[in-house]
Design a protein around this ligand. Structure first.
Ligand SMILES: Cc1ncc(COP(=O)(O)O)c(C=O)c1O
Length: 400
């Protein structure tokens, strides 16, 4: 017997729930790609994607997922043999760095781990040593970091890391992966001093997978001029050409553009500050529930420091020989809630609750309640009242 008929809840950390309005915006005939409204649509999106990144620099739209946007950002500013520093705090910055290594870049990893954020003081110390070794300037050309790491659930303090780079007097480019954070929490590219940022359409931006976004400031675009890894498809200079066709290095992904236009309109209509606040409130509701469950000893947070837990996805560890995959299977097959699985070092040891993009209180409270049903049904020891703790939190915070 199951109680899963009805609307399925997708609580994986991307792709996220696509709003009906976005689906409807895509449900239309194809249009001309050389003239007419599509040209204005591209202009509006390039402008508004830069606005979402908070930069006066340029934005680029790729037909790609996040991996493509990773490659786009690397090819445009690096040359074979360049050295870069990757700040580890989970899986994703390391994965980005691995791609750079395969492209001929020398990659050093500033060791971190799955359970904590990057320490800005360690970044500063490493960069100071590099500047000394090179008599000023430094040999490290770029620093790669994820604002939120979707595997560990950590949020890194990007302004503090940028400040650490400045404090070290180092001129490496700061490159930030905002795939799991853009449109969910503040990203202030220019004010923070981020040189290159990248993201994708399928998480906070509430559209289907298929679009990669990159933003670059003037410093990055200057370095781009001499970058040796440039290739035709990703090349910023080509994409800055006058022809509409050049903006996508080929046929524009029309329907994805219709969709992401609608999604960004929805975010702007809600107001970015409200969007961020909604994410923060729902994330804390999730954390309240997990905090209660953790009293039973088998359940715990992956990220140890409460202040380093991000507002878009929360990995939950299951110990005591209990099976995270059995819990996921129960939630999915019996109750219609699809949770994320643990990845990287957390594979088989954790499940992930996503709370990003088009999410509201019933989706989160429903998801938490179903997890509690599963904990009971599977006999996984847990403190009682997790869903109630989330309800109490929202009741206190969301005023009548
Ligand atoms: C933080 C982060 N960076 C990069 C990626 C890679 O994106 P994609 O799977 O779209 O290639 C992901 C995917 O989940 C991610 O969470």
């Amino acid at each position: 017997m199951s109680v899963r008929a009805g609307r399925e809840f997708l609580a994986i950390p991307g792709p996220t729930t696509v709003p009906d309005e976005v689906l409807r915006a895509m449900h239309r005939p194809a249009v001309d790609i050389y003239s007419g409204p599509l040209l204005a649509l591209t202009d509006s999106l390039l402008k508004d994607i830069a606005r979402v990144f908070n930069t006066k620099g340029r934005a680029y739209i790729y037909i790609s997922n996040g991996h493509g946007a990773w490659e786009a950002s690397l090819t445009n500013v690096l040359s074979k043999g360049d050295r870069i520093l990757v700040l580890e705090s989970g899986r994703f910055a390391v994965g980005w760095g691995e791609n750079a290594r395969r492209m001929g870049v020398e990659v050093e990893i500033l060791k971190g781990d799955m359970r904590r954020a990057v320490r800005p003081a360690e970044v500063e110390a490493r960069l100071k040593a590099d500047s000394r070794k090179a008599n000023g300037g430094g040999t490290i050309k770029a620093i790669l970091v994820a604002q939120i790491d979707t595997a560990s659930g950590v949020v890194n303090d990007i302004p503090a890391i940028a400040q650490a780079i400045r404090a070290a007097g180092h001129d490496a480019l700061l490159m930030v992966d905002a795939v799991a954070s853009l449109g969910c929490m503040p990203f202030d590219m220019d004010a923070w001093g981020v040189d290159v940022a990248m993201s994708g359409s399928q998480k906070g931006l509430m559209a289907p997978p298929g679009l990669g976004f990159v933003a670059a400031n003037d410093r990055a675009r200057e370095i781009h001029k001499t970058a040796g890894l440039r290739t035709p498809y990703w090349d910023w200079t080509d994409r800055e050409g006058d022809q509409h066709y050049q903006k996508y290095a080929g046929t524009p992904p029309e329907h994805l553009l219709f969709g992401v236009r609608q999604a960004i309109d929805m975010l702007f209509a809600e107001g970015m500050d409200n969007v961020f606040r909604r994410h923060a409130l729902l994330a804390e509701a999730v954390r309240r529930a997990i905090g209660a469950w953790a009293e039973g000893q088998a359940i715990s947070f992956n990220i140890i420091e409460p202040g380093e837990r991000c507002d878009t996805v929360t990995p939950v560890l299951i110990g005591g020989g209990h099976d995270a995959e059995a819990l996921r299977a129960y939630c999915n097959q019996k109750c219609g809630v699809i949770l994320g699985h643990g990845i990287g070092d957390l594979s088989g040891k954790a499940f992930r609750i996503a709370h990003m993009g088009h999410v509201n209180a019933p989706m989160i409270l429903g998801t938490l309640s179903v997890i509690e049903v599963a904990l009971n049904a599977l006999g996984i020891p847990h403190g009682k009242g997790g869903a109630q703790a989330a309800i109490d939190w929202l009741g206190e915070q969301v005023e009548a």
